[in-house]
Write a protein that binds this ligand. Structure first.
Ligand SMILES: NC(=O)c1ccc[n+]([C@@H]2O[C@H](COP(=O)([O-])OP(=O)(O)OC[C@H]3O[C@@H](n4cnc5c(N)ncnc54)[C@H](OP(=O)(O)O)[C@@H]3O)[C@@H](O)[C@H]2O)c1
Length: 361
């Protein structure tokens, strides 16, 4: 595979730090640029990150320590001239992010984004590579709108849904998922926090995460949508109702799911659909793809966040406790790592898909 030079925009943040770890030894992607806010620009990466480095057991990769952080906004042209594409994960206002990402795209620098700003732009693909890889074909229409040859924006969906959307997906074609009720138990790294920076979460549950429930209900419908002309049209089903809670966990979002089908499957049919499911990333053997995407645990007390979030380098989804329900048809629990599969890892996998399909050439 060809090698690509990449930049990390928002490199000093929680997701940006994850990118630095994932890309330090990536077989296809070579990090040439680290960029963040004007507060960090001009500093060595190690100094800019300082006490914000979130991984006690993993140091800052040696090769990045002395790199001088660039200014994500002021240095766009310079960055675009040095890289083949950028990963973007910044904490800015939505309209600022939308404008920033479009400026990179218009500078002919593709953007693989973790931010929510463009998730509902109709010609921006929001991709879980195992589920809707075909949505990247909308990039042609987006390039026409932006007037670019190479530049485009592709986004990752929210981290909250990265466990239950994969679990429901293999059941949709044969059994028709009509309704899902979802309660998520979300880690503090999802808010860019550690126990040091969010002490109020210790011995506590906070029953509100701004904007999260709407994302958890609406984003799956775009992922399950289809391309029609110059846009992705959202699916009309299933109806999803979500409650999202912040819990005292460092990493890993757990979900408790209730599901109703058009045609109720047997438990064995559900387990078999999960076991046999694999997607384009597995077929192509993409470097970050888990071998087994959906893993079912037979034990009553699994999956557990702490024990199972790192399954297949944090890129697999863990499911357990499938049983019949007295209101819905079935209920189960599921788990995915929010900053790996749910953020940086999912974005790297999407970039691998785009690279394999020639979108960075
Ligand atoms: N954490 C997760 O699990 C997760 C999952 C999915 C998506 N996301 C999304 O990813 C994005 C980043 O999240 P995070 O948790 O990594 O946030 P974070 O830890 O607060 O990091 C924010 C990053 O944005 C940079 N930044 C802030 N203001 C900027 C500006 N004006 N110009 C350029 N860069 C600026 C920061 O640079 P300085 O250090 O210089 O301030 C830092 O690198 C957010 O949009 C978030 O919604 C996060």
């Amino acid at each position: 595979m060809k090698q690509f030079n990449v930049g990390i925009i928002g490199a000093t943040g929680m997701v940006g730090q994850r990118f630095s770890l994932l890309l330090a030894d990536h077989p296809w992607f070579n990090v040439k640029v680290l960029a963040a806010s004007p507060r960090s620009a001009g500093k060595r990466y190690e100094d800019a990150v300082g006490a914000k480095w979130a991984f006690r057991d993993m140091p800052i990769p040696e090769k990045f320590r002395d790199m001088i952080v660039l200014d994500a906004t002021a240095d766009i042209e310079k960055i675009a001239s040095q890289v083949d594409f950028v990963f973007c994960a910044v904490d800015m206002k939505k309209d600022e992010i939308r404008a920033l990402e479009e400026r990179y795209a218009k500078a002919e620098c593709p953007v693989v984004s973790n931010n929510s700003a463009h998730r509902f732009t109709p010609d921006v693909p929001m991709v879980v590579p195992e589920i809707n890889p075909e949505h990247i074909e909308i990039i042609k229409a987006q390039r026409e709108r932006l007037g670019t040859k190479r530049g485009f924006i592709a986004v990752k969906s929210n981290c909250s849904l990265q466990s239950y959307v994969p679990a429901l997906h293999p059941l949709m074609k044969d059994f028709g998922v009509s309704q899902a009720m979802v309660c998520t138990y979300q880690a503090i790294s999802g808010a860019g926090k550690t126990f040091e920076t969010m002490p109020q979460i210790i011995d506590n549950v906070i029953p509100y995460i701004g904007g999260e429930e709407e994302k958890s209900e609406q984003e799956p419908l775009k992922i399950w949508g289809h391309i029609e002309g110059n846009e992705i049209v959202k699916a009309s089903a299933p109806k999803i109702s979500a409650q999202c809670l912040r819990v005292p966990v460092s990493d890993g979002h757990m979900g408790a799911i209730f599901v109703k089908f058009e045609k109720k499957p047997t438990k064995e049919e559900i387990l078999s659909a999960w076991k046999s499911f694999s997607g384009v990333p597995q077929e192509l053997g993409l470097p970050s793809a888990p071998k087994q995407f959906i893993n079912y645990f037979e034990e009553d007390d699994r999956p557990q966040t702490k024990l199972d979030r790192m399954l297949e380098n944090g890129m697999a989804v863990s499911v357990g406790r499938l049983r019949e329900d007295i209101i819905f048809d079935y209920k189960f629990v599921c788990l995915s790592h929010n900053t790996l599969r749910g953020a940086a890892g999912g974005a790297v996998l999407m970039a691998e898909l785009l690279a394999a399909k020639g979108y960075f050439d």
